[in-house]
Ligand binder design. Structure first.
Ligand code: NDP
Length: 250
């Protein structure tokens, strides 16, 4: 038996219309999972890719800047796909400004989306997974789960919060057969990082600092997500898996 086989499982992936979320949704489908694609922009292209793999895809509309939709997201996934085994909390935003100038609006927008909604979606899905006696939660963290960064105070707070939250939920839910882990991507070429890639000086400085010597592709995250979602990771709990081309090793 292939321990990475996700046939018969249902995954819900937030922010699945583009970037890392899209790549993870497709990777989980490639491993056999059906996928609920959660987000505010309909993940039409991702759904097509998942269906082309012979898996079911359902688009579930949700703006996760508030926690209002979290119970409905779980209910709709169960109603439309019949189960929920894997939750990937990927949706996230970033706001940049010096700490001395940082506004409450930029604080709340980022922390509400990247941390508060993640916790309450974990809670809504976790209640279901605890009741069914198994589940997998994968939170998308960051290098700034481990490091300070500059000019991104609310992002750093949200992503270091994701690290602590992942460990707390792992502690509380391991006995119920639910694993809670995180993936910390390095510099990945997506819309989120387009401005950095387009700035020759910053791009060169980033490439110089990455041991692998290249930006990551969204697809580089797929294997880590499949692993953490699979039976192969049944005893992996509260872990934050860096997929960063060696950034943190330097
Ligand atoms: P993108 O900007 O390409 O994608 C972000 C996704 O989050 C989009 O699907 C977006 O939807 C969704 N999203 C944002 N706000 C909301 C909201 N209020 N409700 C629902 N969905 C929302 O970014 P990436 O793919 O690069 O990032 C994905 C995750 O990876 C994020 O959590 C990010 O912090 C993290 N990450 C990324 C790194 C990188 O280098 N790219 C490095 C480390 C971490 P919409 O299109 O509708 O806005």
């Amino acid at each position: 038996m292939n321990p990475f086989d996700l046939s018969g499982r249902v995954a819900a992936v937030t922010g699945a219309n583009t970037g890392i979320g899209q790549a993870i949704a497709v990777a989980l489908a490639t491993a056999g999972a059906d996928v609920a694609l959660i987000g505010r922009t309909p993940a039409t292209d991702t759904a097509e890719q998942v269906r082309a793999l012979g898996r079911r895809a359902e688009i579930v509309s949700a703006d996760l800047s508030t926690i209002a939709p979290v119970d409905r997201v779980v209910a709709e996934t169960l109603e439309r796909l019949g189960r929920l085994d894997i939750l990937v909390n990927n949706a996230g935003i970033i706001r940049r400004a010096d700490a001395v100038d940082f506004t409450e609006e930029d604080w709340d927008a980022v922390v509400d989306t990247n941390l508060k909604s993640v916790f309450f979606l974990c809670q809504a899905a976790g209640r279901h997974m605890i009741a069914q006696g198994q589940g997998r939660i994968i939170n998308i963290a960051s290098m700034l789960t481990f490091q300070g960064g500059v000019r991104v105070p609310s992002y750093t707070a949200s992503k270091s919060g994701i690290g602590g939250l992942t460990k707390l939920l792992a502690n509380e839910w391991a006995k119920h057969g639910v694993t809670v882990n995180a993936i910390a991507p390095g510099y990945i070429a997506t819309n989120n990082t387009a401005a950095l890639q387009a700035d020759p000086a910053r791009n060169a400085a980033i490439l110089d600092r990455i041991p692998a010597g290249r930006w990551g592709n969204p697809g580089d995250l797929g294997g880590a997500a499949v692993f953490l979602a699979s039976d192969a990771a049944a005893y992996v709990q509260g872990h934050i898996l860096a997929v960063d081309g060696g950034w943190l090793a330097r």
